[in-house]
Design a protein around this ligand. Sequence first.
Ligand SMILES: Nc1ncnc2c1ncn2[C@@H]1O[C@H](COP(=O)(O)OP(=O)(O)OP(=O)(O)O)[C@@H](O)[C@H]1O
Length: 235
Amino acid sequence: MLHIENLTIRRGPDYRIALPLLSLQRGEVAAITGASGCGKSTLLEMIGLILRPETLDSYRLGDSATALDIADLLHEDRQKALADIRARRLGFVLQTGGLLPFLSVRQNIELPRRMLGLSVASEPVEDAIERLNLAPLLAKKPGQLSIGERQRVSFVRAIAHEPDLLLADEPTAALDPIQARKLFELIIELVRRWRIAALLVTHDWDLVRDCGIRNLVGVPDDKAPKGGTVFHDAA
Ligand SMILES: Nc1ncnc2c1ncn2[C@@H]1O[C@H](COP(=O)(O)OP(=O)(O)OP(=O)(O)O)[C@@H](O)[C@H]1O
C-alpha cells in the first residue's frame, strides 16, 4: 500500500537522511525511532509531502492496480496535486494537537470530511469516538480538554477522512506512561481495524517492543560523506 525506494533528504548543507526501502501493507503500523536529532521528524515530513527529497526513485501510495507514483509529482514540483494527496490520502497527528480552538470537538473532528465534500456520517469516526471515550467531550472546545483528551481527539480527526496513511509525530509524548500506552495501543487497534497504514514517531522503545509493531530505526549512516542517518527495520 505504501512503497518507497531510495529516498534521501538533506538537512542543512551536510546532513543526509536516507531511507533505502520501505513497504507497508494496509493495517500495518511501524514505529520510527532513533536518537534525538537523527531525523525522525524530517523523514515523516518528507513522507507527508511537506519537504522535498534530494533523491527518490519511487513513492507509491494506494493499492497496486491504482497506485500513483508520487515521486514524479515531487520531481516535477506539482504543488496542487501534492496538496490534494496530502488532504485526501494522508492523515497527520501533530505533537501539539493542532485543533482549532474556536470549534467544538465534534466540529474539529468533522472538519476534514466537510472540507473534502464527504458526508459527515462515518463509521470509523463513530467507532473511534466510542473506543476512545470521547462522547462526553463532543460539545466542548479544545481549551476545555486535558492534554490526553486533546491527543485522542487529534487522532480521531486525523483518520476522519479515512486516509490511506496516518503519520503521527510523537502522538503520546505529552502523556504520562500509562495514558501513553493506552492511546498507543488504541491507535494500533483502530489503524488495523480500519486498514489504514501508519507511521508513528516515538522515543518509547519499550512501548514499540511490547506492542509488537515494526520498528524503523535511524542509525548513523557510514555512506553519508559528511554524516547522516539511515533508517532500516530493526532486527
Ligand atoms: N528546518 C531545518 N533546517 C535545517 N536543519 C534542520 C531543520 N529542522 C531540523 N534540522 C536538523 O535536522 C536534523 C534532524 O532533525 P529532526 O527534527 O528530524 O530529528 P528528530 O530525530 O525528529 O529529533 P527529536 O527526536 O529530537 O525530535 C537535526 O540535526 C536538526 O538540527
